[in-house]
Design a protein around this ligand. Structure first.
Ligand code: CAA
Length: 285
C-alpha cells in the first residue's frame, strides 16, 4: 500500500464528504474532490471556504493557512482524475449497489497500492469490498457528523482487509488530528450500533411519556450530559439518513429497537429532514 498518503480523493462532497475534504486540506494534503456536477463541487468548496474563514475570524487559523488550504481543493466530475491518489475516501449515497459500482470503477482507475476507504455508516464494508478483485486494500473510515468537529474516526477492518491498508487508514486518521479507533466490520460498527437504537428509543419516549421535543432534549442534555439533545442531533444527522441507517441495522440484526419509529419514517416521507431541509423537529432559518 502507499507508504505515505500525499494525495487524497474524496468521492461525494455532501455534508460528510465536504467535511472530510476540509480535514484533508487543513492537514496539508492535496485533495481531489469528485461530485457529479461542477455546481455541486463548487457548493462544497464554498462550504469548506466558509468554515475555514470562520476559523480565521475566530483567530483559530491564519489567513495564509486558510488560503493555502482552500487552494489544495481540486474539483472534478471525472473519476479518472483520482488516478494519482494514494487514498480515496468514498462518501456517496448510503446504498450498497452504487457503492459497489464505484469501488469496482476505482479499482480500474487507481494504482494497485491506492487504499480505498468507505465512509459508510451502516452498510457492510466487506460487501462493498466484494465488488473488487482486490478487497485487501478496502477498509472503512467512518467519520462523524460534523466531520470537522467530531474527534472520532472508526477504522473498520473488513473480512479481507490487509494490515497495510488498515494501518495506513489508521495513520491517516491520526494525521487528520482525529482520534481513530480500530474495529471489525459488524453492523453499525461501534458507535452507531449503540447510538442508532438509543436515538430510536428517544423518539419512542417522545410519544410514550408525552414529553415535548424541547423537554426531551433538555432532559438528555441536562440529565445525561449530552452535548445536544436527541431531536437536535437527529435534525443534524438528517432524519432520512437516520431512518436509512436504522433500516440497514434492522435488516442485519432484527432487534426491534433498531427499526425506525413510525414517527421518523413519516417525517422522512414528508420531507421533514432536519437542518438540511429547514424543517425537522425544529425549524431553521
Ligand atoms: N463543518 C465544518 N465546520 C462546522 C460545521 C460543519 N458542519 N458546523 C459548525 N462548524 C464550525 C462553525 O464555524 C462553528 O462556529 P460558528 O458558529 O461561530 O461559525 C464552529 O464549528 C463551532 O460550532 P458550534 O459553536 O456549533 O460548536 P459547539 O461547541 O456547539 O459544538 C457540536 C457543536 C460539536 C456539533 C456539538 O454540539 C456536538 O458534539 N454534538 C453532538 C454531535 C454528534 O453526536 N455527532 C454524531 C452524529 S452520529 C453520526 O455522525 C454517525 C452517522 O453515521 C450518522
Amino acid at each position: 500500500m502507499a507508504s505515505e498518503i500525499r494525495t487524497v480523493g474524496v468521492v461525494g462532497l455532501g455534508a460528510m464528504g465536504a467535511g472530510i475534504a476540509q480535514l484533508c486540506v487543513e492537514a496539508g494534503v492535496e485533495t481531489v474532490g469528485r461530485e457529479v456536477t461542477a455546481e455541486l463541487g463548487e457548493k462544497a468548496r464554498d462550504r469548506i471556504a466558509h468554515f475555514l474563514t470562520r476559523k480565521v475570524e475566530k483567530g483559530q487559523l491564519g489567513q495564509d493557512a486558510r488560503d493555502a488550504a482552500v487552494a489544495r481543493v481540486a474539483l472534478t466530475t471525472d473519476l479518472a482524475d483520482l488516478a494519482g491518489c494514494d487514498l480515496v475516501i468514498e462518501a456517496i449515497v448510503e446504498e450498497l449497489v452504487p457503492k459497489q459500482e464505484l469501488f469496482a470503477e476505482l479499482e480500474r482507475i487507481c494504482r494497485p497500492d491506492t487504499v480505498l476507504a468507505t465512509n459508510t455508516s451502516a452498510l457492510s464494508v466487506t460487501e462493498i469490498a466484494s465488488a473488487t478483485s482486490s478487497p485487501e486494500r478496502v477498509v472503512g473510515m467512518h467519520f462523524f457528523n460534523p466531520a470537522p468537529l467530531m474527534p472520532l474516526v472508526e477504522i473498520v477492518r473488513a473480512e479481507r482487509s490487509a494490515d497495510a491498508a488498515f494501518d495506513a487508514a489508521y495513520a491517516f486518521g491520526e494525521k487528520l488530528g482525529k482520534h481513530p479507533i480500530r474495529c471489525h466490520d459488524t453492523p453499525g460498527f461501534v458507535v452507531n450500533r449503540v447510538l442508532i437504537p438509543l436515538l430510536n428509543d428517544c423518539v419512542r419516549v417522545l410519544d410514550e411519556a408525552r414529553v415535548t421535543v424541547e423537554d426531551l432534549d433538555a432532559g438528555m442534555k441536562h440529565g445525561a450530559g449530552w452535548p445536544m439533545g436527541p431531536c437536535e442531533l437527529l435534525d443534524l444527522v438528517g432524519i432520512d439518513v437516520h431512518v436509512h441507517a436504522s433500516e440497514a441495522l434492522w435488516a442485519k440484526l432484527r432487534e426491534p429497537r433498531m427499526a425506525a419509529p413510525a414517527r421518523l419514517v413519516a417525517m422522512a416521507n414528508a420531507g421533514l429532514l432536519g437542518r438540511k431541509s429547514g424543517h425537522g423537529f425544529y425549524t431553521y432559518e
